[in-house]
Write a protein that binds this ligand. Sequence first.
Ligand SMILES: [Zn+2]
Length: 207
Amino acid sequence: MHDIEAAAELLGGVGVAKPEIEEAIRTLLTAFGEDACREGLERTPERVARMWDELLAGYRVDPYALINEAVFDVEYDQMVIVKDIEYYSMCEHHLLPFLGRAHVAYLPTDKVIGLSKIPRVVDLFARRLQVQERMTRQIADFLEAAIHPQGVAVVVEGLHLCSKIRGVKKSSARMVTSAMTGSFQTNELTRNEFLEHISRDTSAVSL
Ligand SMILES: [Zn+2]
């Protein structure tokens, strides 16, 4: 089971309303002109409902509970960078996936967060209906509030299937969004150090 789902269950999250989703998918299939009862589609509503429960698990996880035991007091004032964090999210405009990599950095004040927790924080905000700009901002704002660092930087690259699979051919372009706070905003050297790190052998999203 996925980490985030496990955490969601621990927190007693109720999940999505599966019967309503199943009903809606049956309606959708019929509206497509399909026979919702034919063999291949018969169990589709049930599968889709289960899938949405997984894809939206991020709503049910308290981010503070997620990092709770992994925030440490440390005297360390160098940049902490976690790059190439894979994520999968759902575009709220089309209900289609967007996916890619996130790069997260912060300059600690007196607290650091366990390295393995940062990808989970990204995952938590990805597993919601999202727009990439907001997801980027939410990751930065949460880290800012959780460990009060000197600054946070988040850069997210995303390939949006809603633009890739529809119409225009040139749509494999990746979208890049960023959110910078504190010293990453005010100090050019700090910002450049981060940007240099993440531009080094960062492999492109492959599909
Ligand atoms: Zn979209």
